[in-house]
Design a protein around this ligand. Structure first.
Ligand SMILES: Cc1cc2nc3c(=O)[nH]c(=O)nc-3n(C[C@H](O)[C@H](O)[C@H](O)COP(=O)(O)OP(=O)(O)OC[C@H]3O[C@@H](n4cnc5c(N)ncnc54)[C@H](O)[C@@H]3O)c2cc1C
Length: 367
């Protein structure tokens, strides 16, 4: 070890989690519930990156397009959500607005593939006419109706998790960017920020799109990187839209107070979180085309976030093959909000040597 990294803080923690997004905080919740002493280090303020920017749909957009590795995690996430979110709300006093609102899928879609997936997974997907489900849509087109799809208001979920965790005894260090991992004999000995070094028994990296940067040489095989997504927020009267609507990759998400989120772009532009006029115009036009009443609705906000992209949308939830007290929980790409409680469960099962709910080999650290 070299250099001066300020004071050494031995926090008496079992786990030090780096990254205060939904993956880091869901992990902290699960570990703390198992009785572990947990510290979260966050570069900025918790829950302000991808986990804030996302839409909060609790499902893959076209679930039948994904591998079993994605389906297993999203399904388990959806099963855990109702009780999990209730607990987080009870402890924090903040309602993350979990709602089973259903999702209407407009063409193009592969109906036989969707039907086969629905049959194999025992998930309800009904053929429908768009007007039967959502009379305010412009066209009377054939559609697929997924009644069990839920949503959560992710910025509120993040606030609720932050408050709940503090009440559960989790320690937070914000404005604490980790800039180095000190290795000693196949072990992380400590991790460093600009002003201090921290020690714990085990370290969990949950830095989203920044996971690879954070890991440095330990993350050479880790294929996680940023993909930008831009969103527009409309304000309509409450109840104008009841269901999530999806058409060719563009979705509308109605919140209970009348806000309607429209997203999103998929852009490979590095760590650039800027918004563009071009994306705003395109999202606006597509939103109005799907739901004509939005032509008269105010646009309140336009933002961008960086998804932690991974091959096949399959995250890594694993221990490092050589560094025995280093874990990674990252690369949830488009579905991190959905996958968060399931990923946390798998991580906890791993560290406490409990049995897993399904084959977790797809989430191994790449060798
Ligand atoms: C536009 C958009 C729409 C989306 N819609 C949905 C959706 O509808 N449903 C769904 O399930 N998912 C959705 N997602 C995906 C989802 O938001 C992400 O998969 C999820 O938020 C990833 O969580 P995370 O905790 O890994 O990353 P993040 O939320 O980005 O958190 C990572 C944290 O690590 C911190 N960090 C980074 N480096 C360091 C460091 N060196 N030291 C300390 N801290 C560090 C960051 O500051 C950040 O707070 C969407 C994403 C976007 C952008």
């Amino acid at each position: 070890m070299s250099g001066n990294y300020g004071k050494l803080l031995i926090l008496d923690a079992d786990f030090l989690i780096v990254g205060g997004g939904v993956i880091g905080l869901a992990g902290a919740f699960e570990l703390a519930q198992s009785g572990a002493r947990v510290v979260v280090l966050e570069r900025g303020v918790c829950g302000r990156e991808s986990s804030w920017a996302g839409g909060g749909i609790l499902s893959p957009l076209l679930p039948w397009d994904y591998s079993p590795a994605v389906t297993n995690l999203t399904r388990l996430g959806c099963e855990i959500y109702p009780a999990w979110v209730r607990q987080v709300a009870e402890i924090s006093g903040i309602d993350p607005e979990y709602r089973r609102c259903g999702m209407l899928v407009l063409p193009d879609f592969d109906e036989p593939k969707a039907a086969a997936w629905s049959h194999a997974q025992q998930v309800r997907i009904d053929p429908a006419q768009s007007r039967d489900v959502q009379p305010k849509l412009g066209a009377d087109t054939p559609a697929l109706w997924l009644p069990d799809v839920a949503q959560v208001r992710n910025p509120r979920l993040m606030k609720a998790l932050r408050v709940a965790l503090e009440r559960m005894g989790v320690t937070f260090k914000e404005q604490a960017e980790v800039i180095g991992l000190a290795i000693d004999a196949g072990h992380i000995a400590e991790i460093r920020t600009a002003s201090a070094s921290y020690r714990a028994d085990r370290y969990v990296m949950a830095a989203g799109a920044w996971s690879r940067q954070l890991l440095g040489g330990l993350g050479e095989k880790v294929e996680i990187g940023p993909i930008r997504g831009q969103m527009l927020l409309f304000k309509a009267a409450p109840g104008e839209l009841q269901e999530i609507v999806l058409r060719n990759g563009i979705y509308l998400i109605p919140r209970a107070d009348g806000h309607i989120l429209v997203g999103s772009t998929l852009e490979d532009v590095g760590f650039d979180k800027a918004t563009t006029e071009q994306a705003a115009t395109a999202l606006h036009a597509q939103a109005v085309d799907i739901l004509p009443l939005l032509a008269d609705a105010a646009v309140e906000r336009h933002w961008a976030g960086l998804r932690p992209a991974s091959p096949g949308n399959i995250p890594i939830i694993a221990r490092h093959p050589q560094v025995e007290n280093l874990y990674l929980n990252g690369g949830h790409f488009r579905y991190g909000v959905t996958m968060a409680p399931a990923s946390a469960r798998i991580l906890a099962n791993l560290v406490f040597h409990r049995s897993q709910p399904f084959d977790i080999s797809p989430y191994e650290w790449p060798k």
